[in-house]
Design a protein around this ligand. Structure first.
Ligand code: Q0N
Length: 287
């Protein structure tokens, strides 16, 4: 951790520190959230798994769109990145109908202005992935918006570039993951502009915290799908009669171990690298 570094932002499970005028340090903790609440029990190595996976994708997609990754630290959970001017929208791509996309479709037949065919079920695969941006609403929950609404916040050229880059990176990762038994149902990207005004992919990308990862072998449209990573923890939370408000329940050791094993399995299946090899040398994911 940086000594006396300026804390420039925090999410539920990650923190951002200024290193200097041009660089930030993004640190992923082992905290886990379920049903939007951070649980009191950590999942050992979760931050390393997500950091390594994100860096893996950055290394393999930089020719599609440049990204903010400068270096991975020895701890495996910290990323040095370029400081960007972030876009005012979250760039979501959906290949399957789930979460707020399913909810919007059920009530309006559309998602973010995309008119979808009738008769789709929860978790249905879409004929083409759709770009479904959102804004950070005051309530803390994201609000889906259409192109016209987004153009009140940004220039059309920039919106179109972010859409195209989002769809291209999702398509690449989705195909890659599919071949390894994991469906990336949807994902959220955050882009920014570098000092030269170029579009750059930031934040973490294509991790289980920024995406829905589903095990392909049990996929069946017509209802919700199990989460590849968090399902043990979610199922446990359901059994203890928790009302899903703060604070969440402590997780027992076997649930922690099972959840950790699923994160590590996602990392190893997608990267083809043993997690222990990553811990010994984080730059293994960049080669
Ligand atoms: C930034 N956020 C989103 C991390 C994500 N490269 C960057 N340059 C300037 N600002 C940001 C980034 C990045 N990434 C991204 N906020 C600022 C939310 N944060 C929450 C904390 O964890």
């Amino acid at each position: 951790m940086p000594e006396a570094a300026e804390h420039v932002g925090s999410g539920k499970v990650r923190e951002l520190f200024a290193l200097d005028d041009e660089r930030l340090l993004l640190v992923a903790s082992d905290r886990i959230s379920t049903f939007d609440v951070v649980l009191p029990t950590e999942i050992p190595d979760k931050g390393r798994v997500l950091t390594g996976l994100s860096a893996f994708w950055f290394a393999r997609t930089h020719e599609i769109v440049p990204n903010h990754l400068l270096a991975l630290r020895e701890d495996g959970r910290s990323t040095e990145c370029r400081r960007l001017e972030m876009l005012p929208i979250e760039c979501v791509v959906r290949g399957y109908l789930s979460g707020s996309g399913w909810k919007d479709y059920r009530t309006t037949g559309t998602v973010c202005g995309h008119v979808l065919p009738s008769g789709l079920a929860e978790s249905s695969k879409l004929s083409e992935p759709v770009f479904t941006p959102s804004t950070k609403a005051m309530t803390g929950h994201d609000e889906n918006i259409d192109r016209d609404r987004a153009l009140e916040l940004m220039e059309p050229e920039l919106y179109d570039a972010a859409e195209q880059a989002s769809l291209a990176v999702y398509q690449f990762a989705s195909d890659y993951a599919n071949a390894r038994g994991i469906i990336i149902a949807d994902t959220k990207f955050e882009f920014g502009l570098d000092p030269e005004g170029r579009l750059v992919l930031g934040d973490e990308a294509l991790t289980p915290d920024s995406s829905r990862f589903w095990p392909a072998d049990v996929y069946a449209a017509g209802g919700p799908q199990p989460s590849f990573d968090k399902q043990f923890a979610r199922d446990y939370c359901e059994t203890v009669g928790w009302d899903k408000t703060y604070p969440g329940p402590e997780l027992p050791d076997e649930i922690v171990a099972g959840t950790r094993a699923r994160y590590v399995e996602a990392f190893e299946r997608l990267t083809g690298i043993a997690f222990d090899d990553y811990v010994a040398d984080p730059e293994a994911v960049l080669r």
